[in-house]
Design a binder for this molecule. Structure first.
Ligand code: HH2
Length: 264
């Protein structure tokens, strides 16, 4: 098994589903990032636009206003930028971000692939059915695992054609992005279908509502314990990068899972 890498989450937004409003002050956000690295995160994902179900996008200048002051405070700290906008990605890469986490998988902004390629950056390609505003209304698949894998294979080819080395790309089935709880869990259960594409798989299960709905049909977030259980199960099935809000707990849970299972 691959050693697990934990990606912390710091959303510089008023409305993210779990940490919205917590990090609006750039000093507070930068301190949160450094704290997560101290707790064992390999990288911290900084976002200036919520993609929770039902959300609308934010304008470019507002997204830059949120994330640039945070990035300016984090020279030398391993961070990624959660954006679909090429201009936000370009500024972030200039300020030292290592990876661009694009939930649109290069479908949102035609300039984004070139920006990542020119900077020699890493890229996460995520699957989403529909768009955040409407994606949870009626997600439909004939076979969720093969459809998500086929989509990501095609987006990987687009990234490579734009000059991004395949070794710089990780893939994410997009837990909660146009999927029912059952479809989310099936994607994790059948992770081998995605792993067959030969790239590391990143998963964002942390506090997602599918985990909360196991206990309360009206839940909008999942608990920490449920997040840890799901992360360990996903790790056993081959996921290697875990996008999480609670870094220390995931580092410990995954280290224990690795000790039991024998990670390399
Ligand atoms: N989930 C969220 C945002 N970005 N990126 C990837 N690659 N995978 C994910 O599962 C993923 C993601 C949603 O979570 P969060 O950032 O906590 O909330 P919001 O989108 O409301 O800011």
């Amino acid at each position: 098994m691959q050693r697990p890498a934990v990606m912390g989450i710091v959303n510089v937004t008023p409305d993210s589903f779990s940490d919205g409003g917590d990090h609006l002050d750039p000093d507070v956000a930068a301190a949160a990032v450094r704290g997560m690295i101290a707790e064992g995160a390999a990288i911290v994902d900084i976002g200036g636009e919520s993609t929770r179900p039902g959300s609308d996008g934010v304008p470019l200048d507002e997204e830059l206003r949120r994330v640039v002051p945070v990035l300016e405070r984090l020279e030398g700290v391993p961070v990624s930028i959660d954006t679909a906008k090429s201009e936000v990605a370009r500024r972030a890469l200039e300020l030292g971000a290592e990876l661009v986490n694009d939930v649109t998988a290069l479908r949102g902004d035609p300039e984004l692939a070139g920006v990542v390629a020119d900077a020699g950056g890493y890229l996460c390609l995520m699957h989403m059915q529909g768009e955040p505003r409407t994606m949870q209304l009626e997600p439909r698949y004939d076979d969720v695992a093969t459809e998500v894998a086929a989509f990501l294979e095609q987006r990987l080819a687009v990234a490579v054609a734009a000059g991004i080395p395949e070794e710089h790309v990780c893939l994410d089935p997009g837990i909660g992005f146009g999927k029912t709880p059952a479809q989310n869990f099936e994607l994790v259960r059948r992770l081998d279908v995605l792993l067959a594409l030969g790239r590391p798989v990143l998963l964002g299960l942390s506090r997602k509502s599918s985990l909360g709905k196991l206990f309360d049909p009206e839940a909008r977030t999942g608990t920490l314990a449920a997040s840890l259980g799901a992360a360990v199960a996903a790790y056993e099935r081959g996921a290697s990068i875990f996008r999480v809000h609670d870094v220390r707990e995931h580092v410990e849970a995954l280290a224990a899972a690795g000790a039991v299972c024998g990670s390399s």
